[in-house]
Design a protein around this ligand. Structure first.
Ligand code: AMP
Length: 187
């Protein structure tokens, strides 16, 4: 099972990702988590991307594709994976298509979790204070949403044209949304 989870910040991607990965026994590959680990470890890559993460802007496509290619080449990805947080731009989506072809990967299931902006902002605000993430402030949250609509929303159009986008209603209880996902995946 090879899955890409798309959706704006606050859509519940992280929560659903954990449940999906447990159900299908696949690794959860979160580019945001990987970058935060690099920042925490003080690696050269971490030092380079820290200020970008704190601003809510995107790391360059080149950097992120290197990180994800290295991760997907690990043996635990052989029988599937879930990508959370990538692709964030149409350029990344195109590079990912090329990479997966090279890896001989089977059909990709692209799930887009949709939640209206007003609910997203409520959820992001509620997350503030509970979170240790340095990019969980109101100002950065608004910036991340803006970046999403400008740069990431077109990724859904890319997959729609390719023909493998499935839209999931992300409003409702966690288990309700999860049931919609497993139904969409046909299992
Ligand atoms: P996330 O946890 O997915 O919201 O990601 C946190 C931050 O990491 C984002 O605001 C970006 O600065 C950076 N990031 C994560 N994934 C990507 C990506 N695929 N492309 C560019 N930047 C990314």
């Amino acid at each position: 099972m090879q899955i890409v989870l798309l959706g704006p910040p606050g859509a519940g991607k992280g929560t659903q990702a954990v449940k999906i990965c447990a159900q299908y026994h696949i690794p959860h590959i979160s580019t945001g988590d990987m970058l935060r680990q690099q920042v925490a470890s003080g690696s050269p890559l971490g030092n380079k991307v820290k200020s970008i993460l704190d601003s809510g802007e995107l790391v360059t496509d080149d950097i992120i594709m290197q990180v994800v290619e290295a991760r997907l080449s690990q043996s635990d990805c052989r029988n599937g994976f879930l990508l959370d947080g990538i692709p964030r731009t149409v350029g990344q989506a195109q590079s990912l298509t090329t990479l997966l072809l090279k890896m001989g990967a089977a059909k990709l299931n692209v799930l887009q979790i949709n939640v209206p902006d007003a609910i997203l902002l409520e959820r992001i605000e509620a997350r503030q204070g509970q979170s240790s993430r340095s990019d969980d402030t109101a100002e950065v949250a608004a910036k991340r949403l803006k970046v999403y609509w400008e740069q990431t929303a077109p990724v859904a159009n890319y997959y729609e044209q390719v023909g493998n986008l499935v839209k999931i209603d992300g409003v409702g209880a966690v288990d309700e949304v999860f049931n919609r996902i497993t139904t969409a995946l046909g299992t």
